[in-house]
Design a protein around this ligand. Structure first.
Ligand code: GAR
Length: 218
């Protein structure tokens, strides 16, 4: 696969966006971060884009006639810039069909739980409330559902008795910052094949599948 052009969609803090920027800058990822699209003019992700010379677009749904049109326009802006892969990094909206259709199996999302457990908002709080002993994070391709698309990589993170939502979120986030660049790298190397619900990773050793991510130490 040639040099991959990436478009990032983010709504807030953008720490996952930063982990991808860092992975590019240290040469782990050989891709271009072409554009950041945000629905939130106050997103800290914008500062990160500016700091690293990445173009950003603020596109707010209320400026468009419909949700359909909003996602059509996002797709058009991404296409116009030659984007090959769309990376959702804390983009807090359900992606509309026009964008999914335009980038089928070329949109990734990260979610702070082991899907299909605890989809939607506050995955970390849901895990604590349910009382599971292991949670984690998931990178998956995006389909029409909410956090339902084929799973690319997961990392397991133990829940401690003294965890709060904040402490568990922080521990999970450390793993998010590791598996998201990893998933993008596999994509950029042409090593991900979607077969129904499964994503098969060409030449994967066990570490690349996330199975051996050590639970301790973060
Ligand atoms: C991350 O924990 C991400 O997994 C989560 O939002 C946070 C964004 O942080 N995403 C979702 O909950 C999506 N349903 P960031 O802006 O610092 O990357």
């Amino acid at each position: 696969m040639g040099h991959l052009e990436i478009g990032v969609l983010a709504s807030g803090r953008g720490s996952n966006f930063q982990s991808i920027i860092d992975a590019v800058e240290r040469g782990y990822l050989q891709v271009s971060l072409r554009v950041l699209v945000t629905d939130n003019p106050a997103a800290f992700a914008i500062d990160r884009a500016k700091n690293h010379g990445i173009e950003h677009l603020v596109m707010r749904p209320k400026e468009f006639a419909s949700r359909e049109e909003y996602f059509e326009r996002i797709a058009a802006e991404l296409k116009r810039r030659g984007v090959d892969l769309v990376v959702l990094a804390g983009f807090m909206r359900i992606v509309g069909k026009p964008l999914i259709d335009a980038f089928r199996h070329r949109i990734m999302n990260i979610h702070p739980a082991l899907l299909p457990s605890f989809p939607g908002l506050h995955g970390q709080r849901q895990a604590l409330d349910y009382g599971v002993k292991i949670s984690g994070c998931t990178v998956h391709f995006v389909d029409e559902g909410m956090d339902t698309g084929p799973v690319i990589i997961q990392a397991a993170v133990p829940v401690r008795d003294d965890d709060t939502e904040d402490s568990l979120s922080a521990r999970i986030l450390g793993f998010e910052h590791k598996i998201y660049p990893e998933a993008i790298r596999l994509f950029s190397e042409g090593r991900l094949n979607v077969a129904g619900r499964r994503v098969l990773v060409k030449g994967a050793d066990i570490e690349e599948t996330g199975l051996t991510h050590p639970p301790a130490g973060l």
